[in-house]
Write a protein that binds this ligand. Structure first.
Ligand code: NDP
Ligand code: OXD
Length: 310
């Protein structure tokens, strides 16, 4: 049988994805027709991204699966018109990119680099950072990305605590879980990394109460999703200095509106959702492998639990 695969990612990237997906599907041995404008009632698989053209799956009457190019599936997991399996992206390039972003921004704050980058103005004032082994870093979310970042930071010597929904044992990390574990995870977070998905349960994980549980002067890195943070509560904590700095990559509204206080706040660094990018070649291989599996009647990789939302 010939599988019909619709590319419904960002239209501007079709010219790059067409050859990459075609090559990966061919290498996976999948007999298929690939296009960005196939008739809806002929489509077997949708390669999906939230910045693509599809939001109503009703016309896709013979659809077998939706394969997301994004790791975060918050824009599609709750879509009631979607009644077939949804797989998300777990991609080598995405994971390596996130490790590099998180490690770079952690080291920036750990080493106090801003002081020297802004310049000492001729004032020879040494300030020695603690060793990584004296620094507590907490990672909220121990999935594909959170775990990889936590393990890398632990490998650099940081005292890393991870927090997730279910209980875990990961060598080199202190693992906590569930509502009961959050306060303890925050208490040791001199640097806090948010790598939770956006779900109804994780919205406002950082609010006035939980921000108050962080150590004085804690630094927050949020490459997860904007909705994980109550923005007004964070701004109040930044104003008071209880939170020393927030490096934010994701926001409730993207692009971040020009008038938003985050742009001008002296304790905030804004990066425009660049922490990690799905990479063309490796992600195409993940998509092709899932089409192959579906056609062979094998279980899909990286299936989303629609009831949990991630
Ligand atoms: P995963 O689904 O692999 O992992 C999610 C983690 O969050 C799991 O450890 C899960 O726990 C935990 N979690 C979920 N709900 C809760 C909860 N209610 N309480 C405590 N822990 C919870 O996701 P990834 O690691 O692949 O990605 C994480 C997020 O990163 C994505 O959802 C996306 O929003 C964001 N992202 C951002 C990018 C960027 O460029 N800024 C790029 C890519 C992703 P458990 O292990 O028990 O299930
Ligand atoms: C993703 C993202 O979820 O880029 O893949 O945020």
């Amino acid at each position: 049988m010939t599988a019909r695969v619709l590319y419904a990612g960002a239209p501007a990237r079709w010219d790059e994805y067409r050859p990459a997906l075609a090559r990966a599907l061919e290498q996976a041995g999948v007999d298929c027709v690939l296009g960005d404008d196939l008739p809806a009632d002929e489509v077997d698989y949708i390669v999906y991204a939230p910045n693509g053209p599809v939001s109503d799956f009703t016309p896709f009457t013979r659809l077998k699966a939706v394969l997301s190019l994004w790791a975060g599936v918050d824009t599609v997991a709750g879509n009631r018109t979607l009644t077939v399996p949804l797989a998300r992206m777990v991609d080598h390039g995405l994971t390596r990119g996130m490790i590099e972003w998180v490690t770079g921004h952690t080291l920036r704050h750990h080493l106090g680099m801003d002081r020297y980058i802004h310049g000492l103005g001729g004032d020879w004032q040494p300030a020695y950072p603690p060793l990584a082994e004296e620094r507590g870093v907490t990672v909220l979310g121990l999935g594909a990305l959170g775990r990889a970042c936590a393990e890398t930071l632990a490998g650099l010597g940081f005292r890393v605590t991870g927090w997730s929904r279910s209980a875990k044992t990961i060598p080199g990390l202190t693992c906590l879980h569930g509502e009961a574990g959050l306060a303890e995870a925050l208490a040791s977070a001199e640097i806090l990394v948010l790598l939770l998905p956006n779900t109804p349960e994780t919205e406002n994980t950082l609010n006035a109460t939980t921000l108050a549980q962080l150590p004085e002067g804690a630094v927050i890195l949020n490459p997860g999703r904007g909705r994980l943070i109550d923005d007004e509560a964070l701004l109040a904590a930044l104003d008071s200095g209880h939170v020393g700095h927030a490096t934010l990559d994701t926001f409730r509204v993207e692009p971040l509106p020009r008038a938003h206080r985050y742009w001008s706040h002296p304790r905030v660094t804004v990066t425009p959702h660049v922490a990690a990018e799905t990479r063309l070649r490796t992600s195409s291989e993940v998509i092709a492998e899932n089409v192959r599996r579906a056609e062979a009647g094998e279980p899909l990789l990286h299936l989303v639990d629609r009831s949990a939302g991630y």
